[in-house]
Design a protein around this ligand. Sequence first.
Ligand code: SAH
Ligand code: SF4
Ligand code: F3S
Length: 493
Amino acid sequence: MTQKVYIETVGCQMNVLDSELVIGALRKNGFDLTDTPAEADVLLFNTCSVREHAEEKTFSALGRVQHLKRQNPDAVIGVLGCMAQKDQELIRNRAPYVDMVVGTGQLAAVPELVAKVRETRAPQIAVSLGRADAGRHEVEASFVSYDPARDPSMRPTPFQAFVRIQIGCDKFCTYCVVPSTRGPEQSRPPEHIWQEVRQLVDQGCKEVTLLGQTVNSYVYEAGDRRTRLSDLIAGMHDVPGLERIKFVTNYPKDMTDDLLHAVRELPKVVKYLHVPVQSGCDEVLKRMKRNYTAAYYREMLARCRELVPGVSVSSDFIVGFCGETEESFQLTMDLVREAKFKNSFIFKYSERGGTKAADRYPDDVPDDVKKRRNNDLLAVQNENSRLDHRAQVGATVEVLVEGPSRLSAKTSRDRDGAGLLQLTGRSMKDHIVVFDGPMRLVGETVRVQITDASPFTLYGTAEIAERVGVEEAREPAPVVPMAKPSKFSLPLV
Ligand code: SAH
Ligand code: SF4
Ligand code: F3S
């Protein structure tokens, strides 16, 4: 009988990609995916350590499957990813029924480790990772040979894929666990990336999102050839069938002009930059070790907008970081008011054991103050998002259609029996756009005229929908979006 695997993923896009690769490898070993934990032979939890909340989510998920282990002692329960890397002891203490703890650098070994658990009935722990325990070449070898095992059924959609161009992080912001959970920064050889992109496009992929913790720090040197992110993008731009290229996340200090020129000049590159600033106060930025000032960030933002007219920019913020006074917080409010980000992800500071901030600075902002600052900042951002969205009304934008909107998926809404559903997708500036159209548009790029806007969504009329007669609209849809096989929590938890 075919073995079944269940997987839950929390955390960033890196984790979504890692889950895809793990499932790809398990399928090659005869496994099928299930979305029902009770029928799974292997249950995997791909985890995130970036904030305490993400860790608690995993512990409660593990609590929910404990009884399955009693019912079926042969089931294998595995914890993968960043928490596995950081907290293997804690996991084994809090959830002793976990059979497998596999760090971010060892994911390629999951099929082998599952077999070992079954053979030996002993827990398997595999967590060595570049920085402390192994050489860089070992990390590189594991991911270079690993990434090509792709599994289209695990992607956000069949026509969108993540491509890792860099692993790890060397920036060591004082609040952040990622340098220890993902190891040293490594850029992947461009040839490997180009080959993977071609392979993805051959499989029907139209949009690739290049991933790195500080993606614009990408540089690969071989002999006297130096490949920067701008060169990497240029080298894949003309792959026939590829329609869109995105990249996340950018580090403000590494936003170079060659990259901005590439964003402007190359038509397939989305006109959207995610460049987290974290705080508007220089003292806080210094304690965070972000290596720039608020003035530097403002200049960088002006340069982005000058070199790429009309570009959308979004940011991340941490509120209530150690020593953040009301005055420092107001400097962040000023920056958000002024910067006109398309959107911002705002997080309350969560102290992480083992980081420099945890060692050096007390977590001295009370939780209710963090909460209030979070809400205040969000209110300013939401007003800016509303204005940004309103400014799009009347424009015609190109939308890559991702699938039925949540509302449509829930209610199977079929307008007037004409086969028109509420569809959703993204514009070239990363705006979410909702409009009515037939299912066959899923995976296509359509022109949509924007007629209305909320702070989070644009609403419009697809040019093509007007031409679609009832007969044509009733045709069976050739593209069927996949049911999500397992749980995702996106974006960052
Ligand atoms: N590498 C990316 C993202 C890292 S994690 C970057 O550097 O931009 C994503 C976001 O989580 C960060 O941008 C930061 O805003 C937030 N974050 C990281 N550590 C955190 C912590 N300890 N507490 C709260 N938020 C945190
Ligand atoms: Fe963390 Fe800073 Fe690296 Fe981003 S750049 S992953 S916030 S250490
Ligand atoms: Fe991503 Fe969370 Fe790890 S944000 S890199 S999954 S700690």
